[in-house]
Write a protein that binds this ligand. Structure first.
Ligand SMILES: [Zn+2]
Length: 482
């Protein structure tokens, strides 16, 4: 009998439960301080000033579909890990550029993911996913090959219910405001639908002009032509092209935008003479520029964007330093953004100087810097943001949006830049269901960091409470003018 029970216990699915003290320091007195800090911030509304949710979800308010469509196929964190262990992207339902056959049975895709869920041990994806399963869907067994079908059935059934539609989840997640990211070539029609729908959710856009600013962006010449049509400007001259940006930025501000975003390969900026800029523009528009000239054009455009930000008040973000589409075979077979983006060493000190020389002291400029190169936190970014009034540090980004990444950021940036040159948290995600989990990880990690300062008598507890609230809520609203 005892033998049977033991065998049964071995086979029974393991419990899924989120520990209330997860991510807090393990020393009891420090943990107690972290808990107290977290109690005060855990229920604050979510401010999500930068991310990649699809405005169509909130405009149309249709079901998210099936579990694979929602949680696997769009999530490059998930499929890059599976791919790294030899699992074909085709078997995960990732569309091929040539329209070739890929797995189309969502349950099969889900089973492949479930069988390999152990690969995510120790990663932030595991924290986010477990939170979604437990808190959004109420599942209390751990995901594995044995529970794959149970998960699929529970999630699939839930997604057909009204309380799991995008707007209902938006309200349930206590989201005060969320920003999507669109290019000037986007019609912003979904934002219009949302505004005119009478729904109270605040969904705003952000201006990301990479497709018309980066000469190496696919279809750049066509993009520029369309850009001119949309803006109603003659873009055959640099002056007309800049006016097109000003026009589109105004359209974006009407759709609620308070920020712009620039995803360049580097943080290079430039300050060319009008004549040189005009000559360079003619080259890039004609499609005859070298990669050095393409880089110079992007650099010049960051400085132009800073000038426009001073004029129209939009906060500027730079997300540089990612070597995109590193895997040539995956790029050819599946296209862009398929989990093959790799961080590269990134310079800020020299790169930003032309822009800062021109606008770094202007009280009207607010420039938020991000990095995937952690070696620059203490050496470059914190000293820059700790000096120039125009500069702020964005939160740990992408590969570093993780407990250890957040700890490293605070440890390396705080002593030079303080807390108030940082801008709170960005979830920067398309994975809508994981947004509360991501903010929760950031709140817990910030409380853990502050608890240590209090325990070491470097900060009073009442001050730590103020900072915890600022990091969870106030700083994001202030930095992004929300
Ligand atoms: Zn982003």
């Amino acid at each position: 009998m005892a033998e049977d029970t033991r065998l049964h216990a071995q086979k029974a699915p393991m419990k899924l439960s989120l520990h209330p003290d997860r991510l807090f320091p393990s020393e009891p007195p420090v943990r107690a301080i972290a808990r107290a800090l977290y109690q005060e911030v855990k229920d604050l509304p979510i401010v999500s000033p930068h991310g990649h949710t699809d405005p169509a979800w909130f405009a149309l308010n249709r079901s998210f579909g099936n579990p694979a469509e929602l949680l696997i196929i769009p999530d490059h964190y998930v499929f890059r890990m599976l791919y790294s262990q030899g699992i074909a992207l085709e078997s995960l339902g990732i569309e091929r550029s040539d329209g070739g056959a890929v797995e189309s049975d969502p349950r099969k895709i889900w089973r492949t993911f479930a069988q390999n869920y152990h690969l995510f041990r120790g990663t932030p994806s595991r924290l986010w996913h477990d939170w979604v399963y437990s808190e959004v869907f109420g599942i209390d067994r751990r995901l594995s090959a044995d529970t794959a079908d149970h998960y699929y059935d529970v999630i699939d059934e839930a997604l057909q219910k009204p309380e799991f539609l995008p707007r209902a989840l938006f309200d349930r997640f206590n989201i005060e405001v969320i920003a999507t990211t669109e290019s000037p070539l986007d019609t912003l029609e979904h934002h219009k639908t949302i505004r005119e729908s009478g729904w109270s959710g605040r969904v705003i856009t952000a201006y990301r002009p990479d497709p018309v600013v980066d000469p190496e962006y696919p279809g750049f010449a066509d993009n520029i032509a369309r850009f001119g049509e949309i803006a109603g400007e003659d873009v055959s001259t640099f002056a007309g092209y800049l006016r097109a940006h000003e026009t589109c930025r105004a359209l974006f501000r009407e759709a609620g935008a308070t920020s712009t975003d620039h995803g360049h390969p580097s943080a290079a900026t430039a300050d060319l003479s009008a004549a040189d800029a005009e000559t360079l523009y003619a080259k890039v528009r004609g499609g005859s520029c070298s990669s050095v000239e393409a880089e110079l054009f992007r650099a010049q455009m960051l400085t132009e964007m800073a000038r426009m930000s001073i004029d129209d008040g939009m906060v500027m973000q730079i997300h540089p330093g990612v070597f995109r589409n590193h895997n040539a075979g995956v790029l050819e077979r599946f296209g862009r953004d398929k989990g093959a983006d790799i961080p590269a060493a990134t310079d800020y000190v020299h790169a930003l100087k032309p822009l800062l020389d021109k606008y770094g002291m202007d009280p009207g400029l607010s420039l938020i810097l991000f990095t995937v190169d952690e070696t620059v936190y203490a050496r470059e970014l914190a000293p820059l943001a700790g000096h120039y009034p125009a500069l702020r540090l964005g939160p740990p980004w992408w590969f570093h949006d993780s407990p250890e990444g957040m700890r490293r950021f605070r440890e390396q940036a705080t002593e030079t830049a303080g807390f108030y040159n940082t801008v709170g948290f960005n979830d920067d995600t398309r994975a809508f269901l994981s947004i509360p989990a991501r903010h929760d990880v950031a709140r817990r990690m910030d409380c853990a960091f502050l608890a240590r300062l209090v325990a070491e008598h470097r900060l009073e507890e009442d001050e730590a409470h103020e900072v915890a609230r600022a990091l969870a809520y106030d700083l994001a609203k202030a930095a992004y003018k929300l």
